[in-house]
Ligand binder design. Sequence first.
Ligand code: ADP
Ligand code: MG
Length: 303
Amino acid sequence: ATPTSIMVGTGRGAQLGVLIKSGEALEHAGRLTALVFDKTGTLTVGSPRLTDVVPVSGSAPFDEPALVRLAASLEALSEHPLAEAVAAGATERGLAPWQVQDFLAVPGKGVRGSVVTDDGAQRAVAIGNAAFMAAENVAGHDAQPVTARADALAEQGRTPLYMAVDGRMAALLGVADPLKPEAPAVVRRLRGMGVRVVMLTGDNRRTALAVARQAGIDDVRAEVLPDQKEQAISALQAEGHVVGMVGDGINDAPALARAHVGIAMGTGIDVAVEAGDIVLLRGGLDGVLTALALSRATVRNIR
Ligand code: ADP
Ligand code: MG
């Protein structure tokens, strides 16, 4: 690698909103054979909205607004994008959160806590995916009507959140996070460049497949726990791939660090910007193409 070609490459990148932190990052990016995308906040816009509130048989005595209020009280304490959607949904409906005690967030699964309602009663509330409901021993979470409704939400690319009150399944919440408009074109270009494109997410498999279909991605690794994302990168490396990972740092900072090239969305959280070898300073995914094109040109020059 000639220092001059690397300086030219990184300088050009900076002008285009692509911060390349090292010559090594540039060289790896120029030889990339597989690129893994996190879903939430990377392929999708990352500002999900609460679109569905579906009470189920265990919801009594709570009506829809009360269910949203219970959910939002807990989610107000979580930083997850899904949690922000639920909290915003309550604000839009003019519902103020109740107090919460014993809050616990389980990464990649959900949240639980004790919500103190107006009458002073405490309600044990848990919100998360099906695996979290199973772990919390929630009665009725796997009843056929619940599963069917959750699957229907997922087929639309929405994330179904299961909500339990006092140990019984009470509601399903649907959260929609639209694909970034440029995602399909970026994926098509990458494949045209001979890069294998993979989607990695902790989200529900059906939801992930629906979103991947919209993006044109056929290699989907879903329901991956935060600590397994890094292993998914290692597995591709073991197959001989030079692996890039694009993420926003929420649950994927170790995977960004593990990849040959971690590409952080500059719109993500600070830890991603730190863990990334390349930082996309503008929100769009087009920066990935810019980074690859520059790197390839540089690598060609130094060969
Ligand atoms: P992603 O890979 O899409 O960024 P995560 O690993 O962060 O997803 O989360 C995986 C799944 O865990 C979510 O799709 C959701 O079902 C559940 N989950 C995680 N955090 C929360 C939360 N605060 N509230 C509800 N569900 C959550
Ligand atoms: Mg994420």
